[in-house]
Design a protein around this ligand. Structure first.
Ligand code: GN1
Ligand code: MG
Length: 560
């Protein structure tokens, strides 16, 4: 490459020496970016800033994002995730470079890495390029400091602009980056307007003979003491058609971020979050995680127990699938199978953690369900292959993606209907689909926008949480973590559902599974923790527990 010049070299050397990597520390850009105890994150965050700015230069100055968050992890942790110009996760092709840069042992090593990478990628530095990086953080105490560190990293690429968007949910920043690069309105106010207006529109489109005439029942939202609750409080006045109470709202003094609350806690422990109790029995409740990109629903079953009936990501996916399919069927009602006005390739994407009963339910609807490895970046990429691609992780992260081509077909169809058949059922169904494309965050899973879509669909169908929950009954499942010497010695295949190495382990797992009715079990190394995860499903709680336990013992025995 052309020599970037002394100013650029000096800027990189200064940034690297400001935040050296301590001996013995190793950062790894995992499924959720870099994550560690917040006070140790500065070297990784600064260098992620350099990566983000380089990414923007590479993409001709398109906006790229950085979010300072550790999601559902404890309040003292923090992390950083890079958002690509399309609003999704950073291209996986850049992860090895991000890893190498975060761990560069000396300023000179860092400089050499950048120079080499810029050369390999054809990035020309120091020649009047432009780069812009949108920054956001969640409510963690180390957030402000790390945002400043990130800015220093971004500024180490000369002529880059770091734009602080403030304290936001992770999906808000993804949405802003996506919209900005599409030349669309991209401020936080625009985000709120879009989701609240499209929600209102969906409610207006509920046919008079549909929905329930009962008053809307209260919804209690667990904000995980994070940013999602604060944002929900902000838009509550615009959601007059909902009776929302926010608990663990993130307001000063209400509780500690993610501590015994939030979507991750609720989904994994299957008990109600802190701040909920016997008075809430039977009420429809939702839970966000700390950065509001996960959503689950639940209901406290009895005053004498902390146990809940969980409505997880798989059931949210099933509800969305039913609604969207119903609208598509109405739009296409008068057409023969091979001559539809709105032919649609509809794809449903899950991971191995999806409850087997949900997959069965979706297959019984005649849908093809495809599986990917764990992690949003895999699911999202797969879902992009369809006109409408819908994905969810059981833990509540997911969304619905519509191709631009599909949205423009839908737009022309709605204008055609409005001139020829205004107010017809077909016209209204097409408008509902269009409002859905506006409401759901197409950059990434979003608890706020996902919750509004759930609420709109429940009202449309006149359904209670019970009706929704009754779609199918989850198979009992159990997850365990096993600490081993080297988790990477497990290599999986078939979307992580089978062990490939060490050889022989899969056969032993199969033999165990064979002992259980409706048994299913898989093991995989976590991408975010130093553990091997074991997941088991069977026809009873005891059987699922026992299968998980036996397989965990196998893993321990073989991998130590
Ligand atoms: C079983 C489980 O919940 N795994 C989570 C967890 O990944 P692991 O690779 O399992 O540690 O964190 C990911 C990032 O948040 C999330 O995408 C994924 O679903
Ligand atoms: Mg999260």
């Amino acid at each position: 490459m052309a020599d970037p010049g002394g100013e650029q070299r000096a800027a990189l050397l200064v940034a690297a020496s400001l935040f050296p990597v301590p001996d013995g520390v190793h950062f790894s850009y995992g499924t959720a970016g870099f994550r560690a105890e917040g006070s140790t994150m500065a070297p990784a965050v600064c260098r992620a800033g350099i990566v983000a700015a380089l990414r923007s230069v590479k993409l001709g100055g398109a906006a790229v994002g950085m979010v300072i968050t550790a999601s559902h992890n404890p309040v003292d942790d923090n992390g950083v995730k890079i958002v690509d110009a399309d609003g999704g996760m950073m291209s996986r092709a850049w992860e090895p470079f991000s890893d190498a840069l975060a761990n560069a042992p000396t300023p000179d090593a860092l400089l050499q890495l950048v120079l080499q990478f810029a050369k390999d990628e054809g990035i020309t530095l120091g020649e009047g390029h432009s780069a812009q990086v949108f920054l956001a953080r969640d409510t963690r105490p180390t957030g402000e400091y790390l945002l400043d560190v990130a800015t220093k990293g971004i500024n180490a690429i000369v002529d880059s602009v770091a734009l602080d968007m403030g304290i936001l949910t992770t999906p808000q920043l993804h949405w802003m980056v996506r919209n900005k690069n599409r030349g669309l309105k991209s401020s936080e106010v625009d985000y709120f307007t879009q989701i609240t207006e499209s929600f209102r529109h969906l409610l207006e489109l509920i046919p008079d003979d549909k929905g329930s005439d009962k008053p809307i029942e209260k919804l209690i939202v667990d904000g995980a003491n994070g940013i999602g609750g604060l944002k929900l409080e902000e838009i509550k006045p615009k959601l007059a058609s909902l009776d929302i109470v926010v608990r663990n709202s993130g307001k000063e003094g209400e509780g500690i971020l993610n501590e015994r609350c939030g979507a991750d806690f609720v989904q994994k422990e299957k008990v109600h979050p802190a701040g909920f109790g016997p008075n809430d029995v039977g009420v429809r409740c939702a839970s966000f995680d700390g950065d509001a990109d996960r959503l689950v629903y639940f209901r406290i079953a009895s005053p004498s127990s902390t146990m809940i009936d969980l409505v997880d990501g798989d059931k949210i996916l099933s509800l969305f699938v039913l609604f969207i399919r119903e609208q598509l069927d109405i739009v296409n009602e008068k057409d023969s199978e091979d001559n539809k006005v709105l032919p649609t390739r509809f794809g449903v994407v899950q991971t191995a953690y999806a409850n087997g009963a949900s997959t069965e339910f979706l297959k019984n609807l005649g849908l093809k369900v495809v599986f990917t490895s764990t992690g949003v970046k895999y699911l999202h990429k797969k879902a992009l292959e369809y006109d409408i691609g819908i994905y969810f992780e059981a833990n509540g992260h997911g969304t619905v993606l519509f191709t631009d081509e599909f949205v423009s077909r839908l737009e022309s169809l709605t204008s055609e209907f409005s001139s020829k058949a205004a107010g017809s059922t077909q016209h209204e169904a097409a408008l509902r689909l269009l409002a859905t494309t506006q409401l759901i965050n197409q950059a990434v899973g979003d608890a706020l926008s996902g919750m509004l879509l759930v609420e709109a669909i429940l009202q449309h169908k006149g359904w209670s949480l019970q009706n929704w929950s009754d779609l199918y009954t989850d198979l009992p499942s159990k997850q365990l973590k096993v600490k081993v010497k080297d988790r990477t010695s497990i290599v999986t295949t078939d979307a992580e559902r089978k062990v490939f190495q060490p050889s022989g382990l899969q056969e032993l797992i199969d033999r165990e599974v064979g002992n259980y009715s409706q048994g299913r079990c898989f093991v995989r190394p976590s991408g975010t923790e130093d553990v091997v995860r074991v997941y088991a499903e069977a026809s009873t709680v005891e059987a699922a527990d026992s299968l998980a336990k036996s397989v965990a013992q196998l893993v321990e025995r073989i991998l130590g």
